[in-house]
Design a protein around this ligand. Structure first.
Ligand SMILES: Nc1ncnc2c1ncn2[C@@H]1O[C@H](COP(=O)(O)OP(=O)(O)O)[C@@H](O)[C@H]1O
Ligand SMILES: [Mg+2]
Length: 398
């Protein structure tokens, strides 16, 4: 019997389309002799669908039209199986379209990568690939992530974080605090977004105020940190869990302007490793990059070790990509962020180590099933029902 993989993608996120691309890359690299693919698409409105058309990228050009060709569904655990159920149901006939054995979320950004999909899958009691709620949500939140990194003494940039509501009340106090703790140029980021949305550089206090107001449009919290002027960016992927995690080859993503933008990451495309020019249809996989990164062997080892440490400190599982900022003037290395569902699942970083995408997915499924087995050993309930005891013994007063 083939293992049925429910590939879940799309969702209410600015990275909706990127998620479609990642899912498509995953679905075309799943070993179909071993696994059956069950595509589960979450629309921009947050509704779930399945259908054959989801397997081919060409059908996504008109998303509204695509929805009409799909079957709206819900996922139900009936105590025996995790069923994909047509919803609304038809009065006659079988509404159970399929079942899934393991879920494979390939969603980027809000309402997915931030732990929401992990929570949903936990409640459904289906094994799933990737981080659990806690690691996913901390990984998504730039400010919480920074607090955890600092506490774990993993090198990361100094920062000042605050709520927009406090900034509105005490602008001068917060600006003073920033100017005391940090130094210009500064980078201002919205608290919990990705894809370079809500990020600006500030060289003066006027620019700082403008940048803060800009970021406040995207999030209720803002983070300000020192900007690295002579910057090199290096990314490294990790596969595993907290007991066994390994690091990939390192890449150096190359942007066209100062801040690697959404445009750079996903739209402009670029030369792939094989040299062919791809228009923006492959997401992160076609970003212009140096692979391997042009760094010393020592720095590569340092980055790989820090990537593993970050992955473990956060309690991650599956495949993540940890992004680093390197100060070329000092050779200092800082962990910048983690992507717990990285674009293209970082397959190109693993291919560079000799691991095929198909093998990567195989390993991810194994890790998900192992976690399920381990969790089943934990005690979640006692067989004793305290409500069956007499009221006075458990201190219930009438
Ligand atoms: N402290 C910094 N100094 C210089 N450039 C930075 C700094 N922080 C971020 N950047 C630039 O902005 C980009 C986006 O920032 P990042 O923290 O990775 O947010 P996102 O979640 O949007 O990817 C980075 O890839 C880098 O090019
Ligand atoms: Mg980034």
């Amino acid at each position: 019997m083939k293992i049925k993989i429910g590939v879940i993608f799309g969702g209410r996120s600015v990275e909706h389309e990127i998620s479609i691309i990642t899912a498509n890359q995953a679905m075309t690299n799943i070993n179909e002799e071993k696994y059956e693919i069950v595509p589960i698409y979450i629309s921009k409105a947050g509704l779930m669908y399945t259908g054959e058309k989801l397997l081919k990228l060409e059908f996504y050009k008109d998303l509204d039209n695509l929805l009409k060709e799909l079957t709206p569904i819900t996922i139900v655990n009936n105590g025996k199986n995790v069923n994909i159920v047509r919803y609304p149901m038809k009065k006659l006939g079988n509404n159970i379209i399929n079942t899934i054995d393991v879920a494979f979320p390939t969603m980027h950004g809000t309402n997915g990568e931030d732990g929401t999909i992990a929570g949903y899958l936990e409640m459904l009691q289906v094994p799933y690939i990737g981080c659990d709620m806690l690691s996913a949500s901390i990984g998504m939140d730039k400010i919480m992530m920074r607090r955890v990194l600092k506490e774990a003494q993993i090198p990361s940039l100094d920062y000042v974080a605050f709520y927009s509501t406090d900034y509105i009340k005490e602008e001068e106090k917060i600006i003073n605090e920033i100017e005391e703790k940090l130094r210009y140029p500064l980078i201002v980021k919205a608290g919990n977004l990705g894809s370079s949305v809500g990020i600006k550089k500030a060289k003066t206090d006027t620019e700082l105020k403008e940048a803060i107001e800009y970021s406040m449009q995207f999030s209720d919290r803002v983070m300000v940190e020192n900007a690295i002027v002579n910057l090199k960016e290096v990314n490294c992927s990790i596969i595993g869990d907290t007991s066994n995690a390994i690091a990939s080859e390192c890449e150096e993503p190359l942007g066209s302007d100062e801040i690697l933008s959404y445009q750079d990451k996903y739209i402009s495309g670029g030369k792939t490793k094989a040299g062919e020019v791809a228009g923006g249809s492959k997401g992160m996989a076609t970003l212009q990059r140096k692979l391997p990164a042009e760094i010393s062997d020592e720095m590569k080892s340092e980055i790989q070790e820090l990537a593993i440490k970050t992955f473990k400190v956060l309690g991650c599982s599956g495949v993540s990509r940890i992004d680093f900022l390197v100060d070329n003037d000092t050779n200092d290395v800082y962990v910048n962020e983690i992507n717990t569902i990285p674009g293209a699942l970082s397959y190109y970083l693993w291919e560079a180590t000799g691991k095929t995408f198909e093998k990567e997915i195989d390993e991810l499924v194994d890790i998900a099933l192992k976690r399920k087995r381990e969790r089943e050993k934990l005690v979640f309930s006692y067989d004793q029902n305290i409500l069956a005891l007499q009221g006075n013994k458990i201190g219930i007063k009438k």
